[in-house]
Each structure stands twice: as structure tokens, then as C-alpha cells.
Design a protein around this ligand. Sequence first.
Ligand SMILES: [Zn+2]
Length: 264
Amino acid sequence: MKTMPDSKADPAAPPAVPAESGEGFSSSRDTGRTSATLRAAALLVLLVLVLFAAVRFHMWQTPPEMKQQLVLVNPWNPVSEIAYTPKLTEIEGGFLADKMCAEAAGRMLADCRAAGCRPMILSAYRSVDDQLVLYDEEVQRLVDRGFSPELAEEEVSRKIAAPGRSEHELGLALDLVDEDFTETSDRQAQTDTSRWLSENAWRYGFIQRYPEGSEEETGYAWHPWHYRYVGEGAAGNMHSLGITLEEYILMFYSEEASVVYDKT
Ligand SMILES: [Zn+2]
């Protein structure tokens, strides 16, 4: 019997490596990298699924007052349609806010001051009538500067919610500025107060509701001074995922969070 001088005939022989310099090694490194990438991707998918399941489970167990914290108000979801009635209490500066929001805000502002900042509440709860006055005044201010009424309204509606469409009517929103710079402009984000709040507010259950670059989701331009109380769990999740309230509700709650449970 003839023996073939071919390495393929020997099952113990190592697999053939192409003669070209190092190509075999680099392709095995590539394969290694690819499988590491696949493992990392699989792990990431698994983490997202676990987080999703945890939030769904949490939602299933969520008591009504917590769902109330997630009530969604934006240009497409007016307050009037959800008939929300806040339980108002007084907070510093003579303002009113829902008591869940007020209690958390008290702790947050105290800690912010302890860190050397000078936070100040510029606005909190506003009734529909308050909102109407504010909105009309701002439109009039632009008309006086030469804007047509239509253009003035279009411009104002990017910055100020139309009556019936403001979170301030829920008593769950606060406008927070630095005592030394009270302007509600993008420059507010450069103050020490604003920096501290954007890093820490989630620990107290607040989110910066209208972040930079989210106008399409939220309906409003960047408001570095506007904070919304959503509860600590939800704020922590939104902070770590880097998403808006609209995206969070869409992802985990569907329409449920917009339902009002407590009309007392
Ligand atoms: Zn505001």
C-alpha cells in the first residue's frame, strides 16, 4: 500500500498555516477579537434585558402614588386630559409644590448649599391661569419688539408651555437657578448650582426634564433650569440610561403612567 506524503493524511498533524508572513496569526487574533466582541455584545443585551425585566417587575408592583410621579405632560399630553390634582404644600420662597416634590426638593437644596452652591427657586407650582398670564406676557413682549403674533407665539411655545400643557401645573416641576445668576438662558448651565444639580438631582428623584438636544422628544428647547420630580427609582434609571421621560415611559410603561390615580 502506498503512503501519501501529505500532512492531511495524518490526523495528528497541526492545521496548515499559510506561508505568508504572520497572516495566520493575525486572522486568529481577529477571530479572538470577534468572539470577545460578540461576548461583550451578548453581555450588554443580557444586561439591558435584566434591567428591562426589573423595571417591568417594579412597574407591576408600583403603587399608585409612584405612578402619579410619572404623569406625562407635554405639548401632546395636556394636563386637562389627565385631570391631575396636586396635593400642594408650601416650599421655600413662598412657592407651592406637590408634597412629594417639596419634601425631596428641601433635602436636595440643603445638600446643594452644603456643597457651597447658592440655589434658588424661581418658579414651582403654577395654576392654568398663572400659566396663561405668563405665556401671554411673553408673547406680548415679542410682539412689542416687532414679531408678528403668529411668529411670537411660535417662538414662545418653544420656551414656555402653553396653558394646560405645563408640568408646573402638576406641582412636580421646579425652576432652579443660581442666586448670583437668575437668568433662564442656556448660560444658566455654566453656574456652580446648575452643575451640581445636573450631577446630583437624580439622587433626590429629580431629572433635568428638557436636556440639550432633546427637543424632538420633549417638545421643548434645552431648559437647564427646569427640574421635574419623578421619584428616586425612575430618576436613577433615566440618569443611567441617559433618556428623557418620554423615552422612559415609552420603553417601560406605555400609557399607564399617564393615568391619574388620585384625584383627592
Ligand atoms: Zn420650568
